[in-house]
Design a protein around this ligand. Structure first.
Ligand code: PLP
Ligand code: TYF
Length: 395
């Protein structure tokens, strides 16, 4: 029976990192997967995380199962970061999940089983895994316009028009809370107000994917989308992740938060979220959540985290600038200054699939086929080399 199984296509992004590792060229650069690399080219363990781990090693007294919804201190700290004091705790049902991906899957199964029948609307383009996660949970997927045809800016009129005309009351709409993946193009605060009014008027369920809090402009600044929606509406689901902002990629730490209008509704929703969790992975892993809870319970470690996060954020902005300047210095016709307005790790470079192929085969620079660049994978010491390689395929 197993001999009829066919080979599944590799993950369009993670597959590239395997190819990159196998590439024997000495000078190469991985700008595919969304992972932050420091100036030495490594993805560091944050100092605040190391310190929290030391403390945990001394104080942790059990490896017993966590409850289905995870560590209470973790959940409280995660919700505080997302909502600040805007939402009363009794209105938030939160479960600690294995990463942002786990949060999205829990949210999607919750929507499919508790709010259906409904469809979910994803922006075009979006993170490829969104489609897979929603489909796996049994949610029919539809799309709404996002990126303009220049591939550099938001087509806001088309977005609003689509949200007004395509979904029906009760459908869900997935919004990237900040640092849109793969484009780096985010709505302005005024645009968030308008998005929130349409989502509210149309009685849609907002599902906010918040995987990059702190990578755009700052922890609170990046929460503006979530908080604007929740000023205009009682209900939303937020899926957050500590993979990027704590560098806890492999520890799998995220949160699915459901906000409702009343404590009673929240209680019922939490019981259903826990039912989804039980049937998937029973309860979340302890270590990553314990790290986050330890850091955020300690003023000194929290301060250290803020500094380390700010360092990653400002370095990415500086890499954007160096790349734009470096490309201008090569003398190519293309102007890359649009990268300066974009937020987070990613931007579309505008390179065609053929140019992306050529960049990989001739120069050892790995981008995703769409031309998406992970700016956080660039490196000061190899910037000139990178710009020359990109210029070579543009000529
Ligand atoms: N959502 C978006 C938009 C992402 O880019 C990612 C990236 O990994 C995730 C969710 C999931 O993150 P995690 O690694 O925490 O599962
Ligand atoms: O978009 C990215 O690069 C990150 C990491 O299946 C990632 O979100 C990529 C692909 C994938 C899981 C995570």
């Amino acid at each position: 029976r197993f001999d009829s199984i066919s080979v599944a296509p590799p993950d369009a992004i993670l597959g590239l990192t395997e190819a990159f590792k196998a590439d024997e060229r000495e000078t190469k650069m991985n700008l595919s997967v969304g992972v932050y690399q420091d100036a030495s080219g490594t993805t560091p363990v944050l100092r605040c995380v190391k310190e929290a781990e030391k403390r945990l090693l001394d104080t942790e007294s059990t490896k017993g199962y966590l409850s289905i919804d995870g560590l209470p201190d973790y959940r409280e700290a995660a919700c505080q970061l997302i909502f600040a004091d805007q939402i009363a705790a009794e209105r938030v049902a939160a479960v600690q999940t294995p990463g942002g991906t786990g949060a999205l899957r829990v949210a999607a199964e919750f929507l499919a089983t508790q709010c259906g029948p409904l469809r979910i609307f994803l922006p075009t383009p979006t993170w490829a895994n969104h489609n897979a996660i929603m489909a796996a949970a049994g949610l029919p997927v539809e799309t709404y316009s996002y990126l303009a045809s220049d591939k550099k800016t938001l087509d806001f009129d088309a977005l609003i028009e689509d949200l007004k005309t395509k979904p029906k009351a009760g459908d869900a709409v997935l919004l990237h809370a900040c640092c849109h993946n793969p484009t780096g193009v985010d709505p302005t605060p005024e645009q968030w107000e308008q998005i929130a009014s349409v989502v509210s008027e149309k009685k849609l369920i907002p599902l906010l994917d918040f995987a990059y809090q702190g990578f755009g402009e700052g922890l609170d600044e990046d929460a503006i989308g979530v908080r604007t929606i929740l000023r205009q509406m009682d209900e939303a689901i937020v899926c957050s992740s500590f993979s990027k902002n704590f560098g806890l990629y492999s520890e799998r730490v995220g949160t699915a938060c459901l906000v409702s209008g009343s404590a009673e509704t929240t209680k019922a929703a939490l019981s259903q979220l826990k039912r989804v969790v039980r049937a998937n992975y029973s309860n979340p892993p302890r270590h990553g959540g314990a790290i986050v809870a330890t850091v955020l319970a300690d003023e000194g470690l929290t301060q250290m985290w803020h500094e380390e996060l700010a360092e990653m954020r400002t370095r990415i902005a500086s890499l954007r600038k160096q790349f734009v300047d470096g490309m201008a210095a090569t003398g190519v016709d293309q102007d890359f200054s649009f990268l300066l307005d974009q937020k987070g790790m990613f931007s579309f470079s505008g390179l065609s699939p053929m140019q992306v192929d050529q960049l990989r085969s001739e120069h050892g620079v790995y981008l995703v086929g769409s031309g998406r660049i992970n700016v956080a994978g660039m490196n000061e010491s190899k910037m000139e080399w990178l710009c020359n390689a990109v210029a070579a395929v543009l000529r």
